[in-house]
Ligand binder design. Sequence first.
Ligand SMILES: [Mn+2]
Length: 202
Amino acid sequence: MARVRAAARPLIADGKFILALGGEHSVTLGLVEALRERHPGLSILQIDAHLDLRDEYEGTRFGHASVMRRVAELGCRIVNCGARAFAREEWEFARAAGIAVFRARETRGASDFAAAAVERLGDPVYVSFDLDGLDPSELPSTGTPEPGGLDYYQALALLALAGQRRRVVGCDVVELAPDGVNHHSSLLAARIAYKMLGYFVR
Ligand SMILES: [Mn+2]
């Protein structure tokens, strides 16, 4: 975390837009810490099958399952889109902390979910795109795939609207786990990164 934070600081000071590529979702924490020094009111748009709100998981408080818990503790407002697998502890924490959750099931056929999600964000915004938020029929190559996710066009509509209605100051694409077979996963991840630059960098 400290190394990611230290690498991000001079880029932020220089007015650069950061698009980070994971790997593990926990890279988000160092980036958010660094951006928050410059933008104390930073909100987070999290696209993810999971809430990542466990206080601790498999012996660490700094893994992918806890990253948004640590981000919430910094005081950032969080909006999740695509959640569909989480523990009771995480759901209760989200309710208590005022984290808006747009579950994947609720977004199916709901054309207005993107507007409602963006409405819940403050300004500026950091977008963390965990690729398992997408449906595994479109993106199978990720560490913890879950059925029933967002589709490509839903995700693009959400990202585009966030870019139109909020100032996005940084983003990441995380949790790609290339398997050497499903090349379309890597292409989709690259395309999402490319689209985000188009939507967010003016
Ligand atoms: Mn995640």
